[in-house]
Write a protein that binds this ligand. Structure first.
Ligand code: SAH
Ligand code: SF4
Ligand code: F3S
Length: 481
């Protein structure tokens, strides 16, 4: 889909161009020349180990990073150590950070054994000044550090490092313009994520994302639609539109295209059979979007609608801008138009000041809405966010106990929902060979629920009619009809 002749045709004898993306093409070609020399020196292909943490945004960035490295000459391997090791980090909760430091410690010895190894760190964690300071001090074996706003510059950063052989730190506090027309390497040939916007303006009081991903910026609709048409021409049948709050898509653009209007345009693209999107903030979910979903034959029957807490008081302290009643009545409106829709959500347990009564309000919404599945998180204090400064933090034992009770309720409901669907027929997009049992293919229903079927690998990438034969709580076993 991406035409690599653009890069191969660059003249790299003179100065680097100033404009993007030509500048990056220049550095990609320069690095490729260097890598070819390395390959001859080592007598083998160069290897790449890429570890991506966090959400779909990082997953999508990693596809762009991998394409750059793959053009340069690196081949991805499934091992922790390689000629190029890249960590694309997440910092939404504290435990993600601890894991990264653990891995960096391990890499210290690896690099002693293989001094030519390059170690690069990027992603949300690198946007925190304290983190970069710590890496500089305690992990000097890291070669490159960059952030979330300049992933497209990887080749230039590598080139600068090769010139100086020093640790290169290039983290921007603010986003520059959106750079289009760079290559990307998809994990699946039949489905793809497409960024429709970057950043977030909501500043939920617990959340670090607005600080590490910057202000909300929407991509122009023509660029998005052109990308999706290209993907469809390349055999992609499922598209996931990505943004921290897709419901406010278009607000930063001239022309005022809404998210619902964008969806209607995506719907028109031949070849695309399934459309998904993440994430919808309840405060911005419009009637127009409900109509677009209800009238569509391609938008999946699934909506991820993060609740975070069922207590109006906690929601106010979280700066979510809706009440428990607003949320429940929104769900009622959605279900009136789409009775079959599968709802999923995110919940935080133990936000500062959460009492047992507040927690009961969350359980109450969970019981009333009956989610197909729930991502529940224990509140994690993020330095710099308003909630971290609140002086009524909930003790760990209390949070742990609530978390267990919440899980129990969620599991019971999910099981009831899946049990009730056994025997039904449904369309399943067959996605990959099951990692535990290679005679099974794992796929997804339109509702996003997983189904495992006995099938041959050549069905991967197609939509098959399946009978759901058995419920296993969160997922199904099925038979191709
Ligand atoms: N933009 C998305 C969510 C991005 S972060 C949205 O608004 O829904 C994904 C989830 O991580 C959030 O929905 C929230 O449930 C959780 N999360 C964010 N910050 C957290 C924190 N400090 N502690 C625990 N969970 C958190
Ligand atoms: Fe974080 Fe809230 Fe933005 Fe989601 S909407 S990324 S939870 S600040
Ligand atoms: Fe994590 Fe960054 Fe996503 S903090 S959840 S990877 S936007």
């Amino acid at each position: 889909m991406f035409d690599y002749h653009w890069i191969d045709g660059m003249d790299i004898n003179g100065e680097a161009p100033v404009e993007e993306p030509a500048r990056q093409y220049y550095f990609m070609k320069k690095c490729k020349q260097w890598a070819a020399g390395e390959e001859r020196r080592l007598g083998r292909k160069l290897t790449l180990s890429m570890q991506t943490m966090g959400c779909q945004m990082n997953a999508r960035d990693s596809e762009k990073l991998e394409a750059i490295l793959s053009y340069i000459g690196y081949e991805a391997v499934d091992e922790p150590a390689a000629d190029f090791v890249l960590y694309n980090t997440c910092t939404v909760r504290e435990n993600a950070n601890l894991k990264v430091y653990g891995r960096l410690g391990y890499m210290k010895n690896q690099k002693k054994k293989h001094p030519h190894m390059k170690i690069a760190m990027c992603g949300c964690m690198m946007q925190e000044p304290g983190v970069v300071e710590k890496i500089k001090k305690s992990y000097p074996h890291v070669d490159m550090i960059f952030g979330t706003h300049n992933v497209y510059k990887l080749a230039e950063i590598l080139h600068t490092h090769l010139q100086s052989e020093r640790m290169i730190i290039d983290v921007w506090q603010e986003a520059g313009g959106i750079v289009e027309d760079l290559p990307s390497k998809r994990k699946y040939f039949f489905k793809a994520g497409v960024n429709i916007m970057y950043g977030c303006n909501n500043f939920c009081s617990y959340c670090i994302v607005p600080y590490v991903r910057g202000r909300e910026r929407s991509r122009r609709p023509e660029e998005i639609l052109q990308e999706i048409r290209g993907l469809a021409a390349d055999g992609v049948i499922e598209i996931m539109l990505l943004g921290q709050n897709v419901n406010s898509y278009g607000k930063t653009l001239e022309g005022n295209m809404s998210f619902a209007q964008l969806l209607r345009e995506v719907e028109k693209i031949d070849g695309i059979k399934r459309i998904r999107f993440m994430t919808s903030h309840p405060k911005d979910l419009s009637g127009e979007l409900i109509d677009a979903m209800a009238e569509s034959s391609k938008i999946c029957t699934h909506l991820h609608l993060p609740l975070q807490s069922g207590s109006t008081k906690i929601l106010k302290d979280m700066n979510r801008k809706y009440t428990k009643e607003d949320y429940v009545s929104l769900v009622e409106r959605i279900r009136e138009r789409m009775p079959e829709i599968s709802l999923t959500t995110d919940l935080i347990v133990g936000f500062p000041g959460e009492t047992e009564e507040d927690f009961q309000e969350t359980l109450d919404v969970v019981r009333r809405v009956r989610y197909d599945s729930v991502y529940s998180f224990i509140y994690s204090k993020r330095t710099g966010t308003p909630a971290a400064a609140m002086n009524n933090q909930v003790p760990e034992e209390v949070t742990g106990d609530r978390f267990q009770r919440l899980l129990h309720t969620i599991q019971e409901i999910s099981k009831e929902i899946t049990d009730g669907k056994v025997g039904q027929e449904a369309d399943v997009l067959m996605e990959e060979i099951n990692s535990h049992d290679s005679s099974l293919i794992t796929g997804r229903l339109s509702s996003n629920v997983v189904v495992h079927c006995k099938a041959a690998p050549d069905c991967i990438g197609t939509i098959c009619r399946v009978r759901l034969t058995e419920s296993r709580g969160f997922y199904f076993m099925g038979e191709i009809i």
